[in-house]
Design a protein around this ligand. Structure first.
Ligand code: ATP
Ligand code: MG
Length: 429
């Protein structure tokens, strides 16, 4: 082939905002995916895979015409059969569609997870792309506030497991039910009408199409104005408020820290009651890593039977950015057990216990300092281990160990159990 001919072919480039994932960056992706799979398995959540292309009406109806996603960001086109199709901008609508279509909804409550590429026509920047990836969870047919708590704690624990504990924050709010929101809508519209001239153009339009969306505006001037606006929380019925309190106290009993944000409405129309976001300060304005909430009306809206539901989605790119910034802690070495031991027989027995647990695939740290018990226990706490195993001469003589749960609130009665090695190994098999 002549040299010239080779040069006449222009190099093709990928589309803007649709990056390639190269082998040298795939490790982190796989680590996140594997960790997520593990958490889903532990929570008995099954995977579902839906197509990337759907009829446009699904998102228009599901997400809401007046949202940014449907109004501005969708990749829609007519296919060869003149059907109006859209590359999915999110996963929930598709999962609900599939669950209705195949009758999953009629078989009782479903806990489902998905992961894969999503498409939104946005201005590409760090943590914001046109093809991006989400991992998400949907609990279909769950009404109890405890399902909200489980779904949120699942997202939280997954992020903690990925080493992000120091840099993430959970924000929650309640959007009440349809009736609460319609009362509030009136109040908000009245308030905003009086200040219409200060609103941005988008928000002016939304004042008549979908006023609640204005609360989600990214316009700085509008955001400033909204700080003074009436708050949805004051329009909640006693029942909705009680539900919200149950979710909050459930999170508190699980030791999951959160802040309440009365302006949190989320970008999609289908949310009701619980709404939440997990955010970070480390990614500039791409602050939200995980967003979710309850969507009690969506299944009906898409043609199914009434099915109260809750779900969330995490942005993979933002997670990868956060972890690769090195602001996260590598958790791989954090032991599950820390073995505290003192005394001649105890030392030998402690090493037997440590090795037996390691052979069962447990991560175990053993203390070699011979310091007193309380010093060793302090180190156990610091190591991040879930369990302390304590062995003194008395325990060693009887072939026993003391197992202590280090994650229990120290002010509460701390539970210690005296058990033999076999029982321990069976328990953690
Ligand atoms: P934002 O306010 O940042 O635009 P959103 O409210 O549009 O987020 P959701 O629709 O709730 O986002 O999607 C859940 C998660 O998916 C987000 O929290 C984010 O981590 C991720 N995500 C959303 N859009 C993009 C995008 N264009 N590029 C990369 N990640 C995204
Ligand atoms: Mg968005």
């Amino acid at each position: 082939m002549s040299k010239n001919l080779g040069n006449t072919h222009k190099k093709l480039q990928g589309l803007r905002g649709m990056p390639d994932l190269l082998p040298n960056e795939i490790n982190l992706w796989q680590k996140i995916e594997n960790t997520a799979r593990l958490h889903f398995k532990r929570t008995s959540i099954l995977e579902i895979r839906t197509p990337i292309l759907e009829v446009t009406e699904l998102f228009a109806r599901g997400i809401g015409e007046a949202t940014d996603v449907v109004g501005k960001e969708m990749y829609s086109f007519l296919d060869k059969g003149e059907r109006n199709c859209t590359l999915r901008p999110e996963g929930t609508a598709s999962v609900v569609r599939a669950s209705i279509q195949h009758g999953l909804i009629n078989q009782g409550p479903q806990k489902l997870w998905y992961s894969g590429p999503m498409f939104r026509y946005e201005r590409p920047q760090n943590g914001r792309q046109r093809q991006f990836h989400q991992i998400g969870v949907e609990y279909l047919g769950f009404n109890d506030p405890r399902s909200d708590i489980e779904a949120i704690s699942l997202a939280w624990d997954l992020l903690i497991d990925l080493g992000l504990s120091e840099i993430i924050k959970l924000e929650i709010n309640s959007l009440g039910d349809l009736k609460d929101r319609s009362i509030y809508r009136q109040e908000l519209v009245e308030w905003l009408n009086k200040r219409k001239e200060s609103l941005d153009e988008d928000s002016k339009i939304r004042l008549s199409t979908n006023p609640l969306r204005i609360l989600d505006s990214k316009n700085p001037q509008t955001r400033q104005l909204l700080k003074e606006a009436p708050s949805l929380i004051n329009s909640l019925s006693d029942e909705s408020l009680e539900r919200y309190c149950e979710v909050k106290s459930g999170l508190t009993s699980l030791g999951i820290p959160f802040t309440e944000n009365v302006n949190l409405v989320r970008g999609l129309d289908y949310y009701s009651h619980t709404a939440f976001e997990i955010t970070t300060k480390k990614l500039g304005s791409q602050a939200t890593i995980c967003g979710g909430g309850r969507y009690d009306g969506l299944v009906e809206q898409l043609g199914g039977i009434s099915t109260p539901s809750i779900g969330w989605a995490m942005g993979m790119e933002r997670l990868v950015l956060l972890i690769s910034q090195g602001k996260s802690v590598n958790n791989d070495h954090i032991p599950n057990f820390y073995v505290v031991n003192r005394g001649k027989m105890a030392e030998t027995f402690a090493q037997i216990v440590t090795r037996s647990l390691r052979l069962k695939d447990q991560t175990v740290e053993i203390d070699f300092t011979r310091a007193n018990f309380s010093k060793q226990l302090k180190r156990a706490d610091k190591s991040g281990a879930r369990w302390a195993i304590m062995i003194g001469e008395n325990e060693a003589k009887g072939g026993k160990i003391i197992l202590k749960d280090l994650r229990l609130d120290p002010k509460k009665v701390s539970k210690e159990e005296l058990i033999d090695l076999e029982t321990l190994l069976i328990r953690f098999d």
